[in-house]
Design a protein around this ligand. Structure first.
Ligand code: FE2
Ligand code: FE2
Length: 302
């Protein structure tokens, strides 16, 4: 029987990319309404139980999305996409221009209830601002998902969104739907299936080829312009196995461990600010124009 939720195009199982993020909020529920603290599991058994339930309860579209992601994101693929996109010679755009470009992403969501990409970004940024965080932190909130413009250049959903994970070494079983890695060709390569794989112990995450997606892309666009704390937030915000599950310690260095709390501080703003009132884009624009101009040139390479 055909499941109505599954979309027709095989590369776009999700009706919109928010479906993946909605799944994340059920998998990692808000630990407290006013809490911007990282999620801490006190009862590992309970957590395990919940983890299983989230998989069982996941929509067929989300399940299919993870199946494709875990199947196709190989070490070679992660390397090849860096080569293809990180030349940043596609176009020149200012940050706000890129936000508007991102907003042309059409999805099948209900326009009355769902936020546009720009609205999600402004909402994230506004909550960070309301909590009195530094200006670069607010700016990170504003731009963290701009890398989803990769979809506008024909990249499939599984190569743009989804939890990121290290390629070239053993998969953590804390990654959601770990069973789908069995079909990834790297699973058959013994070199990639040890805890360190192709890496050296403590080499630092900057040496690790995470699965390719919107995090790595925006990190590279922004890397000359923002402080390290902000760059960690951009680069690792989807690396849940690390920042929520504490996995892959063997690959981290002292700098990663020092920066981890910032990634964790950012995560609740990404996940738990969507059910609030829609931001007034026009009214907020002047504040963000100033903020963008403080850190970025008028045009950047994408
Ligand atoms: Fe994201
Ligand atoms: Fe986001």
């Amino acid at each position: 029987m055909k499941t109505p939720e599954i979309q027709a195009t095989s590369h776009s199982p999700l009706a919109n990319m928010e479906e993946w993020e909605d799944f994340l909020t059920t998998r990692y529920p808000d630990p407290g309404a006013n809490s911007a603290k990282p999620f801490v599991a006190t009862d590992p058994e309970k957590k395990k139980e919940q983890f299983r339930n989230y998989e069982a309860d996941a929509r067929p579209t989300v399940r299919e999305f993870y199946r494709q992601n875990h199947l196709h994101q190989t070490y070679e693929f992660a390397l090849a996409k860096r080569k293809e996109f990180l030349t940043l010679n596609r176009r020149q755009m200012g940050i706000w221009e890129a936000l508007e470009y991102l907003n042309t992403l059409v999805d099948d969501s209900d326009p009355d209830t769902d936020l546009s990409q720009l609205e999600h970004l402004l909402q994230t940024a506004e909550h960070i601002r309301q909590d009195g965080h530094p200006r670069w932190f607010i700016l990170s909130g504003l731009i963290h998902d701009i890398g989803k413009i990769l979809c506008l250049w024909g990249e499939p959903q599984w190569a743009v969104v989804g939890d990121t994970f290290p390629t070239g070494c053993r998969y953590s079983d804390k990654i959601v739907f770990p069973q789908y890695f069995a079909a990834n060709p790297d699973s058959q390569n013994p070199r990639f299936q040890t805890p360190l794989g192709v890496y050296e112990e403590g080499c630092g995450l900057h040496q690790v080829q995470l699965s390719w997606g919107h995090d790595e892309y925006i990190y590279n666009v922004a890397k000359d312009f923002l402080p390290d704390e902000a760059l960690y937030m951009l680069r690792y915000h989807s690396f849940y196995a690390w920042h929520r599950e504490g996995e892959y310690q063997q690959l981290t260095n002292a700098r990663d461990r020092e920066m981890l709390p910032w990634v964790q501080k950012f995560n609740p703003y990404d996940l738990y600010t969507k059910n609030h009132a829609k931001p007034d884009v026009k009214a907020l624009r002047p504040f963000y124009d100033d903020l963008i101009a403080e850190y970025f040139p008028a045009k950047l390479n994408w």
